[in-house]
Structure formats: structure tokens, C-alpha cells
Design a protein around this ligand. Structure first.
Ligand SMILES: [Zn+2]
Length: 172
């Protein structure tokens, strides 16, 4: 959302929403997604990361996916990953003190900027996000499972193992 260009008709409403600490309204997000994904460079397709958090999102933008990949982990693992996550202050590069530590402690490998713990990476907010996921997003997953479009990947392993698993399930 922060990358919406000042030339876009959505720039002002998105800025206002972000400035007041609100999430941008779904109707605006949907219009932006519609505009972005209709660009000719996405003719052959695209990957949406973390899209469709609520079944009603389709009212504003329906991506009509060929495949939906569900990376499934337990709450305990999600908690341990979230609470060991560090984010680069400059560009948002993500590290994890357990699975992907920086070479030099508390400094980004890529641009040397300080690594910080985001305000929302705490257990209380994680619990809230997990409840919202169970309430709003699991029904989306079940919807695509019934349509035969769901590829469920157990995501307990290392990123390279999970990536390999995705490729093998998609035959690519
Ligand atoms: Zn960085």
C-alpha cells in the first residue's frame, strides 16, 4: 500500500487511511489490485502473497486463482517464529534469530541498517491475528479446498525445504 504512486487516483484515500492508523478500506484495496493486475506484464499470471483474508474480499477483487497455496503451521511454531523475528529499519528485510540470523548481530546483511523488533511482533497481537485468521481466513481456505484448488503444504521445515515441496506439488 505504501508503494501506491502519487499519480494514482488511490493515492489520497490510501494516504489518509494509513495516516490515521487505519487499514486501507477493502473497496480501495480491491480497486488497486484490479488496476495493478490488469497491467500487461501480468498477462501470464502472478502470485498474490497473503491475499484474500476474508471471503468478502472477492466482492472488491476476485483474483480467480488457478491454485491456492496454504502454508500450514501450528500456533506454537508461529509464535516462536514471530517472537524471534527482526526487521531491517531501512528496507524491511526480514531476519530470524533462530532460522535466518544476520551475519553481524542486529545489523542488516544487505544494507547495514539496524535491525529492530516490530511493535506488532508481540504475543498479544499475534494471538489476535491468529483468532482473526481462524475466523475470517480459514473459511476462504476451505472454499478453495472444496473447489479443488488448494495445495496444502506443511510449513514446519526450513524455507528451502518448503520451497522444494511447493515446486514438487505444482510440478514446476
Ligand atoms: Zn536491509
Amino acid at each position: 500500500m505504501r508503494s501506491v504512486s502519487p499519480e494514482s487516483v488511490f493515492y489520497t484515500p490510501v494516504r489518509e487511511a494509513l495516516g490515521s492508523g487505519q487499514l486501507a478500506p477493502h473497496s480501495i484495496l480491491g480497486s488497486i489490485m484490479q488496476e495493478v493486475t490488469s497491467a500487461s506484464r501480468y498477462e501470464k499470471g502472478y502470485i498474490l502473497d497473503g491475499g484474500m483474508r476474508h471471503i468478502s474480499d472477492r466482492d472488491y477483487f476476485d483474483p480467480k486463482p488457478d491454485v491456492v497455496i496454504y502454508l500450514n503451521i501450528t500456533y506454537e511454531l508461529s509464535k516462536s517464529r514471530t517472537l524471534s523475528r527482526m526487521t531491517c529499519q531501512e528496507s524491511g528485510h526480514i531476519y530470524n534469530t533462530q532460522t535466518h540470523p544476520p551475519i553481524k548481530a542486529d545489523v542488516c546483511d544487505l544494507d547495514g541498517s539496524p535491525l529492530i523488533i516490530r511493535d506488532d511482533d508481540n504475543e498479544e497481537l499475534l494471538k489476535q491475528r491468529w483468532e482473526i485468521f481462524n475466523r475470517d481466513t480459514l473459511p476462504v481456505i476451505e472454499h478453495y479446498r472444496q473447489l479443488g484448488k488448494l495445495v496444502e503444504i506443511p510449513a514446519e521445515g526450513r524455507p528451502d525445504e518448503i520451497f522444494k515441496d511447493i515446486r514438487s506439488k505444482l510440478n514446476i
